[in-house]
Design a protein around this ligand. Structure first.
Ligand SMILES: *[C@@H]1O[C@H](CO)[C@@H](O)[C@H](O)[C@H]1NC(C)=O
Ligand SMILES: *[C@@H]1O[C@H](CO)[C@@H](O)[C@H](O)[C@H]1NC(C)=O
Length: 299
């Protein structure tokens, strides 16, 4: 019996490794503990955005920005203070307030006490709980880290791309997104809506142009430039959520189920991947290998 994990690990390790926005879904919700709090991964991601420039192989592109803006670069102000960390339970209280006036009275009390802020700072340095990937990072303001949003049905993200950085394909389970490119760069974006309409909708943005990703669609953004890029996105939920496809499918689903979903491939590698992807099984797929063996079904 072939190894279930080795097939996938061999073929797709590169994709999983190059998961720049992994922190978007995994660490956003609970990561307020400072730069070291979530740095438990195996790859050597920089522990702070500012110190990460030099380690990431993009130092020449970035330093030209650094020299023109002092401590501020297109990728943010290195000295930005961290956003406040609201006390646990605050959002629950706000969600159960009888009226919006009651809720904003509570918010006013928290603001007066300095426990929350009326502004959210997207600067990566202000979001030390986000573990950057090699291609950049997403700083999402949702109701948990920016409680003023509670009940308003909106959120926003600042997306900081290194040169060539890819925000890997992901979905937002509870929000559509309107993304606008801020920098004078080029960005390829694309989405796949759902079954029955799986052609890729794509477009290329330049400065101050925006596009939309429907709720639940699989979508991505790719910085086509050799310079950093920044995009800002609005989402129509105060708890939009995110699920990174490659990372969560390959990384979190039982390997036997992943194998079955991929047609129990004997081998996937760089030489046959393009051909292989044309023969992916339809849903529902045949089933997991262990079941075939137990039921004496050839596969
Ligand atoms: C992170 O870890 C480094 C090295 O252990 C330490 O010098 C630094 O103070 C830590 N930073 C925080 C915010 O805990
Ligand atoms: C854009 O989408 C079309 C399908 O609609 C696809 O054929 C094409 O390769 C895509 N282009 C890019 C640059 O991703």
């Amino acid at each position: 019996m072939h190894s279930k994990t080795s097939i996938l690990v061999t073929a797709l390790a590169a994709a999983a490794y190059a998961s720049p926005m992994g922190g978007y879904s995994a660490s956003q919700a609970s990561s307020y503990g400072g730069p070291n709090a979530t740095s438990t991964g195996s790859h050597s991601a920089p522990t702070s955005w500012a110190s990460g420039y030099g380690q990431s192989g993009y130092s020449s592109a970035v330093s030209s920005y650094a020299s023109s803006y002092g401590s501020s670069t297109i990728l943010g102000v290195a000295t930005a203070s961290p956003n406040p960390s609201p006390v646990p339970g605050l959002v629950g209280k706000l969600l159960t307030d009888d009226t919006t006036v009651d809720r904003f009275n509570d918010i006013q009390g928290e603001l007066n006490a300095g426990a929350i802020s009326l502004k959210f700072d997207f600067n990566p340095a202000a979001n030390p709980g986000i573990k950057p990937g090699d291609g950049g990072q997403v700083d999402l303001a949702n109701r948990k880290n920016f409680p003023v949003l509670t009940g308003l049905g909106v959120s926003a993200a600042g997306i900081f791309f290194q040169p060539c950085g890819l925000n890997t394909p992901h979905i937002h389970p509870r929000a559509s997104e309107f993304l606008t490119l801020v920098t004078d760069t080029e960005m390829l974006t694309g989405f796949v809506l759902e079954n029955q309409l799986t052609t890729e909708f794509n477009t290329t943005l330049t400065q101050f142009q925006g596009t939309v990703f429907p709720m639940g669609s699989i979508h991505f953004q790719q910085n086509l430039d050799c310079e950093p890029a920044v995009a800002i996105a609005g989402l129509n939920s105060d708890d939009p959520g995110a699920s990174s496809l490659a990372q969560n499918f390959i990384g979190a689903i039982d390997p036997a189920v992943v194998d079955a979903s991929l047609g129990i491939p004997k081998q996937i590698d760089a030489t046959n991947f393009a051909q292989y992807r044309t023969s992916l099984p339809l849903p529902l797929a045949k089933g997991v290998e262990e079941c075939f063996v137990r039921c004496h079904i050839p596969y």
